[in-house]
Design a protein around this ligand. Structure first.
Ligand code: 8YV
Length: 315
């Protein structure tokens, strides 16, 4: 029997590509220089898409694949998949929740600590010989006993809060409504009020049209000249221009960011700032977690084409 044809939107590590190639006929969309021509040649036979969180699948792509049955996302965020277009055609969508939650929380907390204590700048001070040549490094701001706000008390927000509690931080969170499992922490519904009550504001919201630019000028300025914004969700949750304006003018103290509009190309204004810590969308980037994510992408595809229930369906 011929193999089921899958459109692969981005690269995966070799340990994922092996099983995918063995089971399916994989069409490597990301390697095609003429994407329209590529789809004209193989689009009619494609029954599944294997994509990545930040790449998704838009309506134009879905429309170009008349036999499409399933979109399997390597990532928890499916905001880049046009769910409406998928729903209209009864196309299933899956993601990789849970397996990456703790890694994402770990990186968020690591970024907060690194930025607050200026670990990167302090290391440069040692390596450049400034420690011996010019003396002690500038003093930095402590983290414990400071106020942390968590915008989005989902799985990742909860893991961030647990970690911050161990640092003796005072924790508040924002969401659509109070969460029973988060009753140890103060609920502040309004993002501006949450920012006012925070020294460190973590953005851990699942992105959607409704959350676009939820962190805008007012939120950023409520956080203030001593405050830090940490974004481990999606760039669209933050108004990047408002953020850059505030960072440049000192109306916001600093930012630690794992996600950017138009990534991997990022706004060059970020590069000339010395009050930012920038990461390459790497929060789920551990070998263990990426292996678990890849296995889920594969398992969802296999389950679908064997007619079994999906391990982690979105729709
Ligand atoms: C990326 C992510 O998918 O889980 C998500 O939503 O954004 C990440 O895990 C990862 O970079 C792989 O593309």
């Amino acid at each position: 029997m011929s193999k089921v044809e899958i459109l692969q939107i981005g690269p995966y590590p070799a340990w994922d590509e092996g099983p995918l190639n063995q089971t399916f006929a994989m069409h490597r969309y990301f390697e095609a220089s003429d994407k329209a021509q590529f789809l004209a040649e193989c689009g009619a036979g494609i029954r599944g898409i294997a994509t990545r969180g930040e790449m998704g699948a838009d309506r134009a792509l879905i429309d170009a694949l008349p036999a499409l049955e399933i979109i399997s996302v390597y990532g928890v965020g499916y905001d880049a998949v046009d769910l409406e277009a998928a729903r209209e055609r009864g196309i299933r969508v899956t993601n990789t929740p849970d397996v990456l939650t703790k890694d994402v929380a770990d990186l968020g907390v690591a970024m907060m600590l690194a930025q607050a204590r200026d670990v990167v700048g302090a290391e440069a001070w040692v390596k450049s010989g400034n420690w011996a040549g010019r003396g002690l490094y500038d003093l930095k701001s402590r983290v414990h006993e400071k106020r942390a706000g968590i915008l989005g008390m989902g799985r990742i927000g909860y893991e961030v809060a647990k970690r911050l509690a161990a640092f003796d931080m005072k924790i508040a969170y924002g969401d659509l409504e109070p969460r029973e499992f988060a009753s140890d922490w103060e609920f502040i519904a309004d993002p501006i009020a949450l920012a006012q009550a925070s020294d460190f504001l973590f953005v851990t919201l699942a992105a959607s049209e409704a959350t676009r630019h939820i962190v805008g000028k007012e939120v950023v300025e409520a956080l203030g000249p001593q405050g830090m914004l940490i974004n481990i969700s999606r760039a669209s949750n933050v108004d990047e221009n408002a953020l850059l304006d505030a960072l440049e003018a000192g109306r916001l103290g600093s930012a630690a960011l794992d996600v950017f509009e138009g990534e991997p190309e990022i706004n060059p204004r970020f590069l000339s700032l010395d009050n930012v810590l920038l990461q390459p969308h790497h929060a789920s980037g551990t070998v263990e977690t990426r292996k678990a994510m890849g296995a889920l992408v594969y398992d969802n595809l296999v389950a679908h084409f064997e007619g079994r229930s999906l391990p982690s369906p979105v729709i």
